[in-house]
Design a protein around this ligand. Structure first.
Ligand code: SF4
Ligand code: SF4
Length: 398
């Protein structure tokens, strides 16, 4: 940042106001410190949220931009959830500061690469958009791709980046396709027409990129006829539900666990296999804490014959972040260097302490992160990490 464009308290506040609903609440901080206390990496931040607000009030916010520990923020929403003044800390303050760091060129290389890939290829991994539906090969009945199908469907499944491309997560994506087929759902996917939902890029400070990606998705969605959207990814759900409408893109949307939980009676009739296991469920930040969806995933697990559901110490609103959302996925190296611990390790340890055989997840970021943590943690080798869609497919015998 040059001497001529030093950010002032006023200019920063004006930007937050413009980008964030209820941004004006930033002025209502009580200095209670709850936000910094609950932050999983707050102890490593030079300016955790409450100190950042203090710097803003002292008109020294430009000093925060000169540090890099803001990149320890994994956008987990915990600070926002506990703030008594209901300040939108995660999408307003933290994303706003990250945007300033990006403008100042103060960005870890791995994040920069994910953002550049998102701009160029429409996904953070840098995969070919033409390969987005390759995971569907071999699935019967065939998964319909809207551009080829040329007919309306009841449900448009927004599959998302990691569920489409990541080799481990593709297994869960295929499982969900089989569960939808078993239920006789009339569904289709956008395939190569789909672009990253952009939510994690937005939370990582790239609001302009988010808007570009959202507009591309808006145009693709506008070409087809369907009654509702379902998503694999809680971040896609959050974007389509809470962020896209402000850009004129508005559709009814459910996370896949909500959609399936509404059909639980039919699922129960179709389940043939017992899964005798103690299962614990990890609430993803953008399904649970940010959007209040806690029961449907648990209801689905409890519907599987043989399952005993056990809770970890941190559950529901108080769940621990896996470390992947809101750009955390693209800051692993940076955060490891600062912390020498991964949030996914903490979570796997909690699952073990709860006596679980299986750690169930409902977000595509989580399966590979928790599996990696379980592989390297002594005593956790036997812990299985399964997406709820995989467990349902197994119970259905599909
Ligand atoms: S969103 Fe999570 S990681 Fe970021 S500052 Fe808030 S509590 Fe900390
Ligand atoms: S929790 Fe809210 S009110 Fe309390 S210090 Fe943080 S921002 Fe201020």
């Amino acid at each position: 940042m040059s001497a001529t464009d030093v950010m002032t308290e006023r200019s920063f506040y004006a930007k937050v106001l413009e980008a964030t609903p209820s941004g004006e609440r930033l002025r209502l901080c009580l200095e209670c410190g709850n936000c910094s206390g609950i932050c999983p990496f707050g102890y490593l931040m030079l300016y955790p949220p409450s100190r950042m607000i203090a710097m803003m009030r002292a008109d020294r916010i430009n000093k925060v931009v000169e540090t890099d520990t803001v990149w320890m923020c994994v956008s987990c929403y915990a600070c926002t959830a506990v703030c008594p003044s209901k300040i939108p800390l995660t999408p307003g303050l933290m994303a706003g500061i990250k945007e300033e760091l990006i403008l100042a060129g103060n960005v870890p290389a791995e994040l920069q690469s994910a953002l550049a890939n998102s701009q160029r290829y429409g996904n953070p991994q840098g995969e070919s958009p033409r390969k987005r539906a390759d995971w569907t090969l071999g699935i019967q009945p065939e998964v319909r791709i809207m551009a080829k199908h040329k007919q309306s469907v009841d449900v448009l499944w927004f599959v998302g980046d990691y569920a489409s491309y990541h080799p481990r997560v593709q297994a869960a994506t295929k499982a969900l396709a089989k569960v939808l087929n078993a239920l006789g759902v009339d569904f289709g996917i956008l395939g190569p027409d789909e672009t990253s939902d952009g939510d994690s890029q937005r939370l990582a400070g790239e609001r302009g990129l988010f808007e570009m990606l959202a507009e591309k998705n808006g145009k693709a969605l506008g070409r087809y006829q369907f009654n509702q959207i379902i998503t694999t990814d809680p971040h896609a759900y959050n974007a389509i539900k809470n962020e896209y409408p402000a850009l004129g893109i508005s559709y009814p949307v459910q996370h896949y666990t909500e959609f399936l939980a509404e059909r639980i009676d039919v699922l129960k009739l179709l389940m043939k296999q017992q899964i005798s296991a103690k299962i614990t469920y990890h609430d993803p930040c953008y399904l649970g804490r940010a959007n209040g969806i806690f029961d449907p995933p648990r209801d689905l697990l409890c519907a599987i014959p043989g399952v005993e559901l056990v809770e970890m110490t941190h559950n529901h609103t108080n769940s621990l972040c896996c470390g992947g959302g809101g750009g955390g996925m693209w800051l692993d190296g940076f955060q490891w260097e600062k912390a020498h611990v991964r949030l996914s390790d903490w979570r796997v340890r909690e699952a073990m302490n709860a006596g679980a055989d299986v750690l169930a997840v409902a977000c595509p970021y989580e399966t590979p992160r928790f599996e990696d943590a379980a592989k390297t943690m002594p005593g956790a080798e036997a812990l299985k990490v399964r997406d709820i869609a995989e467990l349902l497919a197994e119970a259905l015998g599909v």
